[in-house]
Design a binder for this molecule. Structure first.
Ligand code: F6P
Length: 341
């Protein structure tokens, strides 16, 4: 078999572990040939690739980022994108393509699968918002980074009797905010799924100071917004790829909370530090299992499917189903967290 692999969209710790696993399973166990496209779909659209053998993937298991590079380019961005992709797959004699990516990448994968290309998707995102899989690799690493940051921020917040509003990633969902906030014992968690009421938030944070505490930590997902009419708010806009370019919820909240509470408040934006660096053991294992199962699915001819974690098992789910909706933080998970804040 000849297999093409690519990594597309925002990077995420664990991508290299998938690539390595695909190459090992395909080359060693099946005698396949693997090529890696550069910079995501762009590499497929421009037939820009290199051969991936065991040497090419040696020593990359623990490395963050992606040895193949990534971009936000998608076949749908070009008028002839789908035809171009089809042409290159035929020219290169590919029997399977394994795109590793998040929401946007998997939508593109589904589009190409519907157009008849032999696609097996692998989900990734630190946001953990892909439906049909219990977890995506990268999430555990990101939560670890955010939790460590929150732990560290507590000591400086306490020294200065401040409110620190810590913005974590999560465009549409608040999984990183929820988990890091619970793990670090934050005092309020604000997620996009539940527009916040500034008065309620002020009351919650203020109650801590009234109870004699010296500081407060609020974790907020970057995509969180206030309840309609709750406070003036700049939502930002969109970038050239249609992605949200946020105006900074932590910055806006810090101004508002400082004025309302009469306490010094500071925004802390963790940003891309959450996506960088070495993946945790959990993410390496999940990524490795996804890569292994993607190759197996390709050999079974199970195309238009995506690897998924269900409980402790890896299963295959239709791409079309996986991209229908995002996995959001359910109300009961939020309530569990609220009790212990
Ligand atoms: O989709 C993953 C994600 O980490 C989002 O939480 C975040 O909004 C986005 O990527 C940032 O992407 P970029 O690297 O394009 O700024």
């Amino acid at each position: 078999m000849r297999i093409g692999v690519l990594t597309s969209g925002g990077d995420c710790p664990g991508l290299n572990a998938v690539i390595r696993s695909v190459v090992h399973r395909a080359v060693v166990d099946h005698g396949d040939e693997v090529i890696g496209f550069h910079d995501g779909w762009k590499g497929l659209l421009e037939a820009d690739y290199r051969k991936l053998d065991l040497d090419a993937v040696a020593g990359i298991l623990a490395r963050g980022g992606t040895i193949l590079g990534s971009s936000r380019v998608q076949p749908a961005h070009l008028v002839d994108g789908v035809e171009r992709a089809k042409g290159h797959v035929a020219e290169l004699g590919l029997d399977a393509i394994i795109p590793i990516g998040g929401e946007g990448t998997l939508k593109a994968a589904n589009l190409l699968a519907q157009a008849g290309l032999p696609i097996v998707g692998v989900p990734k995102t630190i946001d953990n918002d892909i439906a049909s899989t219990d977890v995506t690799f990268g999430f555990d690493t990101a939560v670890g980074v955010a939790t460590e940051a929150l732990d560290r921020l507590k000591t400086t917040a306490e020294s200065h009797q401040r409110v620190l509003i810590v913005e974590v990633m999560g465009r549409h969902t608040g999984w990183i905010a929820l988990h890091s906030g619970m793990a670090a014992g934050a005092h309020a968690i604000v997620v996009p799924e539940r527009p916040f009421d500034i008065e309620e938030l002020t009351k919650r944070v203020g109650a801590r100071f009234e109870a004699g505490k010296r500081f407060a930590i609020v974790v907020v997902a970057e995509g969180a917004k206030p309840r309609e009419g709750s406070m003036d708010f700049d939502e930002g806009g969109k970038d050239v790829y249609g992605h949200e370019r946020f105006a900074g919820v932590a910055r806006q909240l810090s101004v508002e909370l400082e004025e309302r509470l009469g306490k010094e408040a500071r925004p802390v934006i963790l940003g891309h530090v959450q996506r960088g660096g070495t993946p945790t053991a959990y993410d390496r294992v999940l990524a490795t299992r996804f890569g292994w199962h993607a190759v197996e699915a390709a050999h079974r001819g199970e195309f238009g499917m995506m690897t998924a974690l269900r409980g402790t098992d890896i299963t295959m789910v239709p791409l079309a189903q996986a991209v229908e909706t995002l996995k959001t933080v359910p109300q009961d998970r939020y309530e569990e967290a609220e009790t212990v804040l």
